[in-house]
Design a protein. Structure first.
Length: 261
């Protein structure tokens, strides 16, 4: 089959299938993105913020609550999309045999994988909107910049969903997802500028942080929340597009090797 024949808009049918399942348990899916930022903003923003009044940001200073609020949005993008294309996709592929059922239809493997990735980005988009509502309620999102956060969240969701699908293609069992979670996701969550400026890190650690996708998602969302993007915004956008493209190609290859015997 030609490369052209492996791709079509039929991936939307995979996306719709996942949306139907999501609607059945939407209340459960809505609660964590709504409650987690409230806990974090209360504990870190109001609690730790009483000790850490301000942090440096783009040559000036912002209060600590305003600094971490955008990081929570970016973190929600990462967690939701990566979890969806690792644990959730693995369950659909290995335990529920959903992929096998879809492959028995005119859907191609590439369309199924793309549908899964786009669905992961959609969950990141939904989570970002929910967290943004909480951040706005705390008075930490400025207009009109906040309106551009959902599209950025979708792009970031695509990046992490592609990365997650790659790990699904090479991970032998669901228990082994602890490795990418521990070695890939958790370090980004802690050291990509979510809770403190990376300028506080050693030079080598700051350099590593700047090549992670979460740093660039956080940088874009923080700039939009605080009312202005820096000159490096285009670099972050270009990075996310390049990362998504590379991770997407690798994920398709890994999943094809895994599923096609």
């Amino acid at each position: 089959m030609s490369a052209k024949g492996r791709f079509s808009m039929r991936f939307v049918q995979v996306w719709q299938r996942n949306l139907i399942v999501y609607k059945r348990i939407w209340k459960v899916n809505f609660l964590p993105p709504m409650l987690e930022p409230i806990f974090y903003l209360t504990a870190f923003g109001l609690g730790l913020g009483a000790l850490v009044k301000t942090v440096p940001y783009r040559g000036g200073e912002v209060d600590y609550l305003s600094f971490i609020a955008p990081g929570l949005i970016a973190s929600a993008v990462m967690w939701q999309s990566f979890f969806e294309t690792t644990f959730a996709s693995f369950v659909r592929m290995y335990y529920q045999k959903t992929f096998d059922a879809m492959l028995a239809t005119p859907l191609t493997l590439e369309e199924i994988i793309i549908g899964e990735i786009v669905w992961g980005a959609t969950k990141a988009f939904i989570a970002a909107v929910l967290v943004l509502c909480v951040v706005a309620a705390f008075g930490r999102a400025s207009l009109p910049g906040a309106l551009a956060i959902p599209p950025v969240a979708f792009l970031g969701g695509l990046a992490f969903a592609c990365a997650g699908m790659f790990f699904t293609g090479i991970t032998p069992s669901i228990d082994m997802f602890n490795l990418p979670m521990f070695l890939f996701i958790t370090p980004m969550f802690l050291f990509s500028g979510t809770f403190f400026p990376i300028d506080n890190l050693p030079a080598w650690a700051g350099l590593i942080a700047k090549v992670t996708p979460l740093y660039h998602v956080t940088s874009l969302i923080r700039g939009l929340c605080l009312g202005g993007l820096g000159n490096d915004a285009w670099i972050s956008l270009a990075y996310l597009v390049a990362f998504t493209t590379l991770a997407g190609v690798l994920s398709l290859r890994a999943m094809r090797r895994r599923l096609v015997r």
